[in-house]
Design a protein around this ligand. Sequence first.
Ligand code: ASP
Length: 391
Amino acid sequence: MKLNTENLTLLAIVVGIAFGVALPELALQQEIIGSLFLALLKMLIIPLIFASIFMAIVGIGGVNELKGVGTRAFTYYFSTTALAVLLGVIIVNIINPGAGGSIEVAVGSAPEIKEFSVSDFILSFVPTNIIASLSNGSVIQVIFFTVLFAVATLHMPEERQLPLKEFFNSLNDAMMVLAKWVIKLSPIGVFSLISYVVAEKGLESLIPLWEYAITVVLALLLHGSITLPAILYFVTKTSPLQYFAQVQKAVVLAFSTASSSATLPVSIEVSQERGGVSRKSAGFILPLGATVNMDGTALYESIAVIFIANLAGIDLTLWQQILIFMTATLASVGAAGIPGAGIVMMVIVLETVGLPVEYISVILVVDRILDMFRTATNVWGDLVGAKVLDR
Ligand code: ASP
């Protein structure tokens, strides 16, 4: 086995888990290393999104072309997310974790979460002050602004467009060089992040909820290893295994950080440099996908909600299952690409379906570990999307 960054990063997962189990005290003390690595990744996100979306839109060439790409992107996002939820609902109905009071759990109090409002949700896409959005790292607002800004640029005479194109082109390239440097640190960063999570959460937290955890992981694996590769293969005739090998660094990082946003610089880098995705597609589809397209989160929401219904001894009607299907899809769109975002959105699903929100406290115990699996699926879904839409 070659000792390149990729293999070392994979090794870091295994060694990190072992270290977290064997020496939890030490693993907790070295948190700073993982935090530093995460900070470096996050440092890249905003300038990179700004530059890459600008260059992508300018490269796409016009409003009509943009409409075409946008429509195809959303069709891909929506259909893969719907397939993921459907798979989640089927698997959870087969395994039926928590049914018939098979799990003894203590229900705590409902987590404090702000009421969800549709108008706030819609308004949250539009920045009132773009400098504030840039400095808060509000990804979706930066995307919204940059798309409009780039389209406006295309409406100017050619010679006025040039300075902006030159500037963003160079900014983009410089950010990619920085991304490559940070990626070189992945083995250490991943080792630190994983061993910390294992030491902090303890793998034993999975034991009482093992049936539920296995249901989630199994469904995520099926989606990631069958549904998405099948779409990739049928649309692009690319070998899914080969493509996965090319971009796996991003998937591993998504797993370790549990954040699609923090992984974004790496997804953009590997998909272009190794996966053969064009800059236009990677620059537009990946940032958008990192916040909107979350197959893993949607799948997880549907399983978690049905599991909670089982725990609470509530038989779901067909209408409630359909509602779960719709709200889980929407909740995954609304979830930010940060750790634990999915569980916050789950309140909405539970409330819409009329299930007890307090039960979230039960699954919160294992949420971080499952978050790693669903984020890896989210990012793999984005990477497949970039390749598919590149066609
Ligand atoms: N952590 C996930 C992500 O960044 C979102 C979630 O909590 O489901 O993709």
